[in-house]
Design a protein around this ligand. Structure first.
Ligand SMILES: O=C(O)CCC(=O)C(=O)O
Ligand SMILES: [Fe+2]
Length: 487
């Protein structure tokens, strides 16, 4: 559920965060607040306005910090009827060159600091930003947590009433786990771009109810006897069911393909159910549609982040024919004696053969990403209302490694069944993947010779180690024999 859905939930969430985290003690947060600025415009619980794409684009150019903050808080600051809003709106109308950058920077940051007093997680993040800016011009790196390692995400709560049934408009998205979005946006920082390849999104338009329905129907499916489920298994014609002992002893999954998710789900249930749960097809159709819209939106933002106007330049030519499919995964770890923790591998280390993957994991958590720095496994903590997005191999290749596909896995720490839904957004099979020269950049090394998407998928599927379940081989292995060239 998106935070802010119920009044009760909201206050609990805010209270919890304020109790557990400190406040940013900044001299400028109160005294330097511009008199024209009206903090009440973003009171928790009062809906914030949707962002406009040109505003985000503009902010991305100014600084990832601003873009992230705008994404988190919406454009209330831009439309608050104050001087700042007219400065920003005017500047956008007259072109980016006319921004009074220094003033805009100061006002925006002051706004952020003010907000941070009410949003302690953001507060912590801004503090990290400030420190980093002091040390260098580099915008951001991942946030270090106190114990063993790094949280691959920072959930910035967006206390916004969300109409989960409304269609997502292009400029409506996005509150994104900040550290990881920054990893994406910070194209000036090579090491950051190579860092995680994972980030979180909220405000994605999928309601808790929809997940609950998928949960209950999926359990109805996975609870069937294995001989029934195997009618959809690897030796069947339909091959939508992956039984245990292929990926791991504890993993099984059901695949539903787009663009017609309804008929794909129907094909599977027709084979196995006498009394067909038609609602299941409708629910999966709804989920598939939402993920499709979301994927397009994320792709456009990713392109925008890769370069100025890259969304308008490359979306139609390269990403318009993308398609999606989803896997509902159920993990059933061995039931040890009550209360005892297990650490079984639910899904081995792999990279995804997609452009992007959007993962819903239930509250048992368990998704982990491997640090490229020291090989340690980092938890991607589950947080209600968030979806995890990760970059897949195909986008890594298309972006010439500017966006990275990270190795990840699932560990089963709790002796409870775990449900996840992975939505893979992929290039069409016949697409020749070749990073445009503008993406590679003048004088930069080109890492991949052109290759046909289906050849890569075959390479992964025909190698025992390269299958999505196991890994070992990634897009890098695929191009090993290709000559590297520079642009
Ligand atoms: O179950 C999960 O959380 C992740 C699944 C996954 O990585 C995949 O299906 O590729
Ligand atoms: Fe995956």
């Amino acid at each position: 559920m998106i935070e802010g859905k119920s009044e009760k939930g909201k206050s609990k969430e805010i209270g919890h965060e304020e109790d557990s985290e400190g406040k940013l003690l900044s001299p400028s947060s109160k005294e330097a607040k511009p008199s024209s600025y009206c903090p009440s415009s973003a009171t928790p619980g009062v809906p914030l306005y949707p962002l406009q794409l040109d505003v985000v684009k503009h902010l991305v150019k100014l600084s990832p910090v601003k873009a992230v903050l705008a994404c988190v808080f919406g454009n209330c600051i831009l439309y608050g009827g104050n001087d700042y809003s007219s400065t920003m709106s005017g500047s956008l109308t007259n072109g980016p060159g006319s921004v009074q950058k220094h003033d805009a920077d100061r006002l925006f940051f002051e706004f952020a600091l003010d907000q941070s007093e009410r949003f302690p997680t953001l507060n912590r993040w801004i503090q990290i930003q400030t420190n980093l800016h002091r040390v260098s011009e580099v915008a951001v790196t991942a946030e270090h947590s106190v114990n063993d390692g790094i949280e691959a995400k920072t959930s910035v709560k967006r206390f916004r009433e969300h109409d989960s049934d409304s269609d997502l408009e292009h400029d409506e998205l996005v509150a994104v786990g900040t550290s990881s979005l920054s990893v994406l946006t910070d194209t000036t920082n090579e090491s950051a771009c190579h860092h995680w390849g994972f980030f979180n999104i909220v405000n994605h338009g999928v309601s808790k109810d929809l997940y609950e329905s998928i949960h209950s129907f999926s359990n109805q499916f996975f609870d069937l006897p294995s001989e029934t489920k195997l009618k959809l298994g690897p030796s069947s014609c339909i091959k939508t069911y992956t039984p245990p002992f292929i990926a791991s002893p504890y993993f099984e999954s059901l695949k539903v393909c787009g663009p017609d998710f309804h008929s794909s789900a129907q094909d599977s249930i027709d084979v196995i159910f006498d009394e067909k749960p038609h609602e299941f097809c409708e629910i999966l159709e709804e989920y598939g549609k939402r993920m499709t819209k979301l994927s397009n939106k994320i792709m456009k933002i990713a392109l925008m982040i890769l370069g100025e106007e890259f969304d308008t330049r490359f979306y139609n030519s390269d990403f318009k024919k993308c398609h999606g499919y989803l896997r509902i995964n159920r993990y059933s770890p061995p039931m040890k004696s009550e209360g005892k923790e297990t650490t079984e591998l639910g899904l081995g280390m792999h990279t995804d053969m997609s452009c992007i993957t959007i993962v819903y994991q239930d509250d048992s958590g368990g998704l982990q990403v491997k640090s490229k720095e020291d090989g340690r496994w980092m938890d991607i903590a589950q947080s209600e209302g968030t979806l995890v997005v990760n970059i897949g191999d195909l986008l890594q290749a298309w972006s010439n490694n500017k966006l990275v596909s990270s190795e990840h896995r699932v560990v089963l720490k709790k002796p409870v069944n775990r449900l996840s839904i992975a939505f893979f957004w992929c290039f069409e099979d016949e697409k020749v993947i070749y990073a445009p020269k503008e993406v590679v950049g003048n004088g930069n090394m080109r890492f991949y010779e052109p290759f046909v998407c289906s050849d890569y998928l075959k390479f992964r599927e025909s190698n025992e180690e390269g299958k999505f379940e196991k890994v070992g081989f990634t897009v890098k292995d695929f191009v090993t024999n290709n000559t590297k060239s520079s642009v």
